[in-house]
Every structure is written in structure tokens, then in C-alpha cells.
Design a protein around this ligand. Structure first.
Ligand code: MRU
Length: 320
């Protein structure tokens, strides 16, 4: 397989000519690289809802570009922001990015936010790599790669930097049912980066841990409450419980745009329920898309400012 290095503007960008918000359609990866051109706010809202673009920082960036598009089209900005904010409820980055754009809804401002987000990833990857040691075998869930952050990645960014420093042996990639962000997107990104990895069924994590084949678990986050409780893709909580049982450190890597000090604890984080049809169309189903990992199961939260340890109410309070 050839290596494909994505630039930030390959993931999401603003095009003046159309004008349009253009994004790499993540639903089609890894089989096809197809761009989706969104020429209205409603089209961006649909793209976010349908996961054509997904991952907490990346949907924030798509919303930022969409607000610039709304301004250029002369649309009602309050209405546009309300529609974008409601497109997915769990990741706080959406509301964060819209708030940042409020006073200056221009393409240049959205691009500056995009550059900042990628810079944050590089900084947090540098800090997170300090948690790795020679020959680390890390396990991850969902996709916290460049696709999810607009470039470089949070958890995957940590793997990139640890790999460059010679500290990473391999990454175990949870498939991530039901939509397979792990086996479709994270595996593709790691392959493109030349980082050794193997996809596992989500349910295989416990036995790999018991066999001594996992040195740490590293994931991204969709929202981190003031006390450190962290929402991420459904299945993250069970990994944290398993890691605690096997005495394996569990780390979150996420930018400060994901930290929500206005939400005191995980019980205040809205959890998106997606269509039951994503699980099965044959039987009744429930499809909560995220879960909350309690702070006491998290060994460290890494942001662009450094490695933060419990008690998180203190270590996170100075951040935002
Ligand atoms: O439903 P998704 O694919 O948007 O879920 C994404 C995740 O749960 C990621 O782990 C999270 O957004 C962190 S991305 C850096």
C-alpha cells in the first residue's frame, strides 16, 4: 500500500470561489478518497450529522468554516450557529469553535483556528510521548487521528511522536463498533505513517491485557468535565475499567478546546444517541454513541500545556 500523507487542508478547508466548505468524506475511507463540497450551512450540518466529517476538533473546524460561509452568503448568523451547534451534542469543540468565530466570522479566522488546532496537537503529542517508554505497545479506541482533529491527531499524534522518538513498538487498534472508526480510519492513518499496528475486535482488549501485551491505553476525548470525567466514543469506559483491573495506565490526549470547565462532572455531559439502524435493522436496538469514563480511572490527561494528573479539578482549572 502506498503512503498517503494528508495535509490539514485535505481534511477540511474553505474555498472562496464557490464559496464552499470542502471536506474529505470520511464515510468512504479507506476505500475511496472523495471530497464533499458543502455550499450551505445546512449541507455542513448534514455532513457533521452523517459523520462525513467527525472527531471533536474536526467538527468544530467544519462549523467554524461553515459560519464563515454563512457570513459570506449573507445568512442569519445566529440561526446558522444554532443549527451547527445542534448538529451533534457531545463534543464541546463545536460550541467552542462557534464562540471563537462569533466576533469575526471570516475564512481567515477559521483558517487561523485550524492552524492553532494542529499546533495544539503537535504540542500535546510531545508531552504525551513522555509517557511512553522503550517498546511501548499502546491500545487505542475510535479515531483520534488527523482526520479527527484537522491534522496530526491527538492520540494518534502521540503515537506519531513516540514512534519518531523510537519509543513505540506497536498500536493495537480497536475496531470500534458500530461504525468502525478504528479499523477504517485509525488503521489507515497508522499505515500511512508507517507505524506498526494491528486491528483487534473491541472484545479482544481484555485478553490482550491479561496476556501482558498492552502497556498503556491512549484515547482522545469529546468533552472533559471540570473534575476530569471524560466523554469519548462508546466503549472507552469499558477499556478504562479493564486497564484498571490489569494495572495498565489509561491516558487521555485532548486539546483545551475539548475541556469544558462549565460542566462540573460527567453526569452533565449530553450523550448522543444515534440511529438504532447503525446497530441492526432487524431488531430493536439502542445506540448510545459515547460514554463517560470517571476521572478516577484516568492516569493522566494530556493537553497542549502538559501532562495533568489527579486531582483534575485542580490541574485542569487553570487551563481554559
Ligand atoms: O463519533 P465520532 O467518530 O465523531 O467519535 C469521535 C471520538 O470519539 C474521538 O475519539 C474523539 O472525538 C476524539 S478526536 C481527537
Amino acid at each position: 500500500m502506498g503512503r498517503r500523507n494528508l495535509d490539514p487542508e485535505d481534511i477540511v478547508r474553505y474555498e472562496e470561489g464557490g464559496p464552499a466548505v470542502v471536506l474529505l468524506d470520511q464515510r468512504r475511507l479507506p476505500d475511496e478518497e472523495v471530497e464533499l463540497e458543502c455550499r450551505s450551512v445546512a449541507e455542513v450540518v448534514d455532513a457533521i450529522r452523517d459523520l462525513a466529517i467527525r472527531g471533536a476538533p474536526a467538527i468544530g473546524l467544519a462549523a467554524a468554516y461553515a459560519l464563515a460561509l454563512a457570513a459570506e452568503l449573507g445568512a442569519d448568523l445566529e440561526e446558522a450557529a444554532a443549527q451547527l451547534a445542534a448538529s451533534r451534542p457531545t463534543a464541546v469543540n463545536l460550541a467552542w469553535a462557534l464562540e471563537q468565530m462569533r466576533d469575526e466570522p471570516t475564512p481567515a479566522h477559521a483558517r487561523a483556528l485550524h492552524e492553532d488546532e494542529v499546533e495544539r496537537c503537535r504540542a500535546m503529542a510531545g508531552h504525551a510521548a513522555e509517557l511512553f517508554h522503550d517498546g511501548t505497545r499502546a491500545l487505542t479506541h475510535c479515531n483520534a487521528g488527523g482526520l479527527a482533529t484537522g491534522g496530526y491527531g491527538s492520540a494518534v499524534g502521540a503515537f506519531r511522536t513516540a514512534w519518531e522518538r523510537g519509543l513505540l513498538e506497536r498500536v493495537w487498534v480497536d475496531e470500534t463498533r458500530p461504525l468502525l472508526q478504528g479499523s477504517r480510519l485509525t488503521a489507515w492513518e497508522l499505515e500511512n505513517a508507517g507505524i506498526p499496528h494491528a486491528v483487534i475486535a473491541d472484545s479482544a482488549a481484555a485478553s490482550l491485557m491479561a496476556a501482558g501485551e498492552v502497556d498503556c491505553v491512549v484515547t482522545g476525548a469529546d468533552r472533559i468535565a471540570a473534575n476530569g470525567d471524560t466523554a469519548n466514543k462508546i466503549g472507552t469506559y469499558s477499556l478504562a475499567v479493564l486497564a484498571a483491573h490489569h494495572d495498565i495506565p489509561f491516558y487521555i490526549v485532548a486539546p483545551t478546546s475539548t475541556v469544558d470547565l462549565a460542566t462540573a462532572s460527567g453526569s452533565g455531559i449530553p450523550i448522543e444517541e444515534r440511529s438504532a439502524a447503525e446497530i441492526t435493522t432487524r431488531f430493536a436496538a439502542r445506540n448510545p454513541s459515547f460514554d463517560v469514563t470517571p476521572a478516577e480511572l484516568i492516569g493522566a490527561i494530556v493537553t497542549e500545556h502538559g501532562v495533568h494528573r489527579a486531582p483534575y479539578a485542580q490541574s485542569l482549572s487553570a487551563l481554559v
